[in-house]
Write a protein that binds this ligand. Structure first.
Ligand code: PMP
Length: 283
């Protein structure tokens, strides 16, 4: 298995960055995770658009041009025989002696890895997953896909210790913003609800695709905030991300959601989403 590190394809075990890479020292960089199905990058263009947005917001230059990045991603996937899994790429501001302010004249640094991943198990799809609520202690620019993930890691670890699959992050008003690495959704009286796009959440690509697809099928959708209390009394709940796609959430803090089984709206949305992925793969 190879990794790509600043212009070179190197064996994964020997893939290293400089000790003064600002990604390493300051988390001064951004990343993307793109799902791969049958060797095809799912929703590649929106992911690259979001990378461009994150870079622009932090005033980091593209490490290579967008077309070159697309070529490198393909080269690495082919070398690694990646059919189903994830491609991870991160861009840091670059390498320079440690100093908070932006160093002059450095080139941004690019690292890419791939990972095989199996689809979620039958059991997970049949039973859904548990989530645990955790305080949202992040900064106020969560729309930037920054490498700085300490609050997300701490929340996910706390959720794991509570035997939950994911953490749902709750702000000071009792509102669920999103998951530690997923977007959060509920369904009430047939209406699908998720937090509105803005600086408070990471604009998930799965979230974006699903909103577009569900809108076309006439699903009632509202982008608004919902509280933890509301989520617990919802008819259904689910989460979305590039690695999980759409997973039913059947309990929150040990309390059953709706029937305690994956709900009909969730299952229908999951199918709509998977059909769209299948169309991209066939194209
Ligand atoms: N929110 C956060 C905080 C995330 O880290 C992620 C995963 N990158 C998501 C939501 C889901 O985004 P996507 O659908 O693009 O994977």
């Amino acid at each position: 298995r190879l990794a790509y590190v600043n212009g070179r394809y190197v064996p994964h075990a020997q893939a290293m960055v400089h000790v003064e890479d600002r990604g390493y020292q300051f988390a001064d960089g951004v990343y993307e995770v793109v799902p791969v199905i049958d060797g095809v990058l799912v929703d590649e263009e929106p992911h690259l658009d979001r990378l461009g947005y994150s870079l622009q917001e932090l005033r980091i230059a593209w490490p290579v041009t967008r077309p070159v990045l697309k070529l490198i991603l393909r080269e690495l996937m082919t070398s690694n025989g990646l059919k189903r899994g994830l491609v991870y790429f991160q861009v840091s501001r670059g390498v320079a002696p440690r100093d908070h302010k932006f160093p002059a004249g450095i080139k941004s640094a690019l690292v890419i890895t791939t990972k095989r991943m199996n689809p979620p198990s039958e059991a997970v799809l049949r039973h859904g997953v548990a989530v645990s609520s955790q305080p949202d202690i992040r900064w106020t620019r969560r729309d930037i896909k920054s490498l700085s993930l300490l609050p997300n890691i701490l929340a996910k670890q706390a959720a794991t210790e509570a035997k939950a699959f994911e953490a749902w992050l709750v702000d000071g008003d009792g509102v669920v913003t999103e998951g530690s690495s997923t977007n959060a959704w509920i369904v009430k009286d047939g209406t699908v609800i998720t937090y509105p796009k803005g600086h408070d959440i990471l604009g998930g690509i799965t979230r974006l695709s699903l909103l577009e697809l569900a809108d076309k099928t006439g699903t009632k959708l509202v982008e608004r905030s919902f509280t933890l209390k509301e989520a617990i009394s919802a008819d259904e709940a689910f989460l979305t991300s590039s690695s999980a796609f759409i997973l039913p959430v059947t309990s929150i803090d040990g309390q059953q959601i709706g029937s305690g089984k994956p709900g009909p709206v969730t299952q229908q949305l999951r199918q709509i989403y998977l059909d769209n992925v299948a169309r991209q793969v066939q194209a």
